[in-house]
Design a protein around this ligand. Sequence first.
Ligand SMILES: [Zn+2]
Ligand SMILES: [Zn+2]
Length: 170
Amino acid sequence: MTARKDWDTYFMDIAYMASTRSRCNRRHVGAVLVQGKKLLGTAYNGAPSGVPDCSEAGCMLVEEIELVPAEGKEQVVKKQRCIRTIHAEQNLLLFTDREDREGSVVYVTDQPCWTCANMLANSGISEIVYHRAYPKDHDKVSALMEQKKLTFRQLEKYEPPASTISEVTN
Ligand SMILES: [Zn+2]
Ligand SMILES: [Zn+2]
């Protein structure tokens, strides 16, 4: 018999399961909302329902300029991002009630981007647990979590179920 999963592993596994529903080939993100030990909702990144998704219509790419620290200086790097999808965290907020969210925990496969973090900070939740790092927005998101007194933590030793990981292009 394998060891019983702890709650962090259990809920992060469910977030990874949700991420497999994503049809955006650039990023599969899943998120779940937990109150106490109760699962209140699951979501993934995707186009609005009834609208062609990335697998049908292709990703909707925009080019962005990012400042990346390199050798003590900031370097300008061009990056592409898909904007067709509603992010998993935002879908999670669309599909859950404010009342239920008070004091709840969000488990999300990837560290939230700035916009999602900003929305989560105003959504009633009290904690965000993530697995994969997203260095681009890390500093400003951490500072926001600090200001809002939200618990913000990464599961560093966590291993997602192999069946939930698929190839994505970046
Ligand atoms: Zn896409
Ligand atoms: Zn986001």
